[in-house]
Design a protein around this ligand. Sequence first.
Ligand code: ADP
Ligand code: MG
Length: 395
Amino acid sequence: MATQKVVGCLGGGQLGRMLAESANKRNIPIVFLDSPNAPAKQITANSAHEHVDGSFKDAKAIEQLASKVDILTVEIEHVDTEILERLESEGKVKVEPSWRTLRVVQDKYAQKEHLREAGVGVVDGIALEKGTVEELWQVVARLGGFPVMLKSRREAYDGRGNFKIKSENDFGPALEALGGKGKGGVLYVERWAAFRMELAVMVVKTKDGGLAYPTTETIHTSESICKLTYTPARGISAKLAKQAQELAKKAVKSLWGKGVFGVEMFLLQDGSLVINEIAPRPHNSGHYTIEACHVSQYDSHLSAILDEPLPQECLEMRVPAAIMLNVLGGETKDSHMIVKRKAAALFGPIGFHDYGKGDARKGRKMGHITVTATSMAKAEALVQPLIEFVDSGND
Ligand code: ADP
Ligand code: MG
């Protein structure tokens, strides 16, 4: 008899929350490890499978979660992979995607080295061994001059590990801001990618190979936080969209295990594509799939890790165009609620996702909305008043 496997998820933020919504629909038991009342825990309450309170970096807490489930997955890559390796080698739990993937991806520089070795084009970068101003001078010269992007190797998200260096005046503040002054192995420097646009593809790695969602255009704020996604990507040829999907699949093929992967790319001025980074989990650039595709990235993730069938057609769009707008925290703690009210006035409750995070902090992802339409022009016209409302500071 086929029995329903129990899924455990390290991290219970908004990605976990949407994974829980998808699991609920299919009656797949899912248990989260995160702080009490984390966004994902607000969705599922099942007395037979109680959530675990604690940190997804804490080996003991991970072990406790593992004892309750058949398969462990993640909504964040910054987890303790040593314990995952041990639990899997002892046959206590399956980890999807593999801890090997999480280990290589969680160090952005190691991730880039790995992709380069796999024959996938990435932005040029050099790791800092000393974290000094002198070393920065040398590295900037090797990368062809200013500007460059100084990046944290670990724990980076939503632009928080990035510092754009425009001149030598930024060296000191950049090393300080990213906590890498006088340290080796903490930071690396990337050549500035003067991209035409940013693209992203969600890839699903199943036991049978890789499937790709459509190519999405992503737009980030000046603080490097994702603000908008447009699917299909605007103004690129079908050939280029396909190339982006193929590159994303090639990159993900070089990693281990099953699940969805978010692949961020830069389209450079000469028309070539390079990978920016890969997330081994559901991703912001794939939120649109909930309203716009037959099967969402969250549904696909569950199918992949549970070895359930997933035909490619499921990943296709069921509407011609979709735009996703992130609702970021503003100046006040209720800023997102004001945006939510405006969205309701414009669209009713359609397409709005409130992550249940409580008070807003500036730049924090509080929710998102996906608008779909019969053409991109119509979707743009629909969402424009909300973008203007958000840009005007919600007044
Ligand atoms: P995060 O983990 O915060 O998403 P990323 O490395 O993806 O960090 O950087 C966030 C954003 O910063 C990118 O989506 C892009 O807009 C910008 N960015 C990152 N690296 C570069 C680069 N080398 N050149 C130009 N812009 C960059
Ligand atoms: Mg990124």
